[in-house]
Design a protein around this ligand. Structure first.
Ligand code: AHM
Ligand code: MG
Length: 336
């Protein structure tokens, strides 16, 4: 009898190396480092209720938010793992005020920078709800051999060479793109290996899920309010009312909407004039994934990937998901 054995992430990286941008093997190695770090973080998250690791670490990040201990652990794990290999010359993280430059001889001649949200949605950990990691990879634009510069991190999303996310959910998955479509791998905990479970992921062009924190409704722009009412209005032909789903973990909300079809919105509001989500390590990598899966991601006016960043922790409004639904939402915004 023939036994079917799934392709592992390690095999996939080897087999597809020549399709990766620049194809020198460094990007595969970098993705392998992220794979390894994600398994370590996954192990800690899985025992979060057991270990004395919950609660606040007692420090605040640059946005003034409380850091959870697991945020700190995830941040340290990803940075330590990336530093232990030689492909990366610098890292920027949601958890650090400034970027880190790896300045020894091996790293400073490396070509890649990584931007990362090590543990997104971490307020959900205390209650055993899914969280994620988001990563974005660029070639540096400064000269290899010199210390990495801020401009290496402030590149528009359309210059990303790879991006992805990890979902720590009812199962753990890593999903990434190197610009040739999107592939998803599920962790088989019995062997500690990611296996290709979602080859060539595509988002339906239309779905019936809308995801937005409606608690902020009164603060939203008029166009967004009207769009929400549109989502809630009965219209059997277009499958409305849409269904509302909001976990409060960006990665997990988007992952569900990619698989089922839907729209995710975090708009501007009087409480958060630029929205809440960060362009460089939340919106851009997920926008690349969504576009590669056939969807659309904008700030309501222009493509997320075409925004020229000005700050490391810049926030932007976000409309992302099924193409037809994002276009539908945008048509309400022009009436603002
Ligand atoms: P975080 O990076 O501090 O975890 O914040 C980002 C999270 C996203 O995962 C999520 O979509 C959003 O914040 C939820 O915000 P809100 O609670 O305002 O709806
Ligand atoms: Mg985050």
């Amino acid at each position: 009898m023939k036994h079917h054995r799934p392709t592992t992430l390690g095999e996939f990286l080897m087999e597809n190396q020549e399709k990766f941008p620049y194809a020198t093997g460094e990007l595969s190695q970098l993705l392998s480092s992220i794979r390894l770090a994600s398994k370590v973080v996954n192990r800690e998250i899985n025992k979060a209720g057991l270990a004395d690791i919950l609660g606040l670490a007692g420090s605040e990040n640059i946005q003034g938010e409380n850091q959870m201990k697991l945020d700190v652990f995830a941040n340290d794990t990803f940075i330590r793992t990336l530093r232990s290999m030689g492909e990366v010359c610098g890292v920027a993280s949601e958890e650090l005020d400034d970027f880190i430059s790896f300045e020894d001889n091996i790293h400073s001649s490396s070509k890649y920078v990584v931007l990362i949200d090590p543990l997104d949605g971490s307020s959900n950990i205390d209650v055993n709800v899914s969280v994620g990691t988001i990563f974005s990879i660029y070639r540096r634009i400064s000269e290899p051999g010199s210390p990495v510069k801020l401009e290496d991190f402030l590149q528009p999303g359309n210059a990303q060479v790879a991006a992805g996310y990890v979902v720590y959910g009812s199962s753990t998955m890593i999903v990434f793109t190197t610009g040739h479509g999107v592939n998803g791998f599920t962790l088989d905990p019995s062997i500690g290996t990611y296996c290709l479970s979602h080859p060539n992921m595509k988002i339906p062009s239309k779905g019936n899920i809308y995801s937005i924190n409606e608690g902020n409704y009164v603060h939203f722009p008029e166009g967004v309010k009207k769009y929400i009412k549109f989502c809630q209005t009965l219209d059997l032909k277009s499958n409305r009312p849409y269904t509302s789903r909001y976990i409060g973990s960006l990665v997990c909300d988007l992952h569900r909407n990619i698989l089922k079809g839907g729209i995710y919105i975090y708009p501007t509001g009087t409480m958060s004039p630029n929205g809440k989500l960060r362009l460089l390590y939340e919106c851009n990598p997920l926008a690349l994934i969504i576009e590669q899966a056939g969807g659309r991601a904008t700030n309501g006016e222009i493509r997320i990937l075409d925004i020229k960043p000005s700050k490391l922790h810049q926030r932007v409004p976000y409309f992302a998901g099924s193409t037809e639904m994002v276009l539908e939402a945008e048509s309400f915004l022009v009436e603002r």
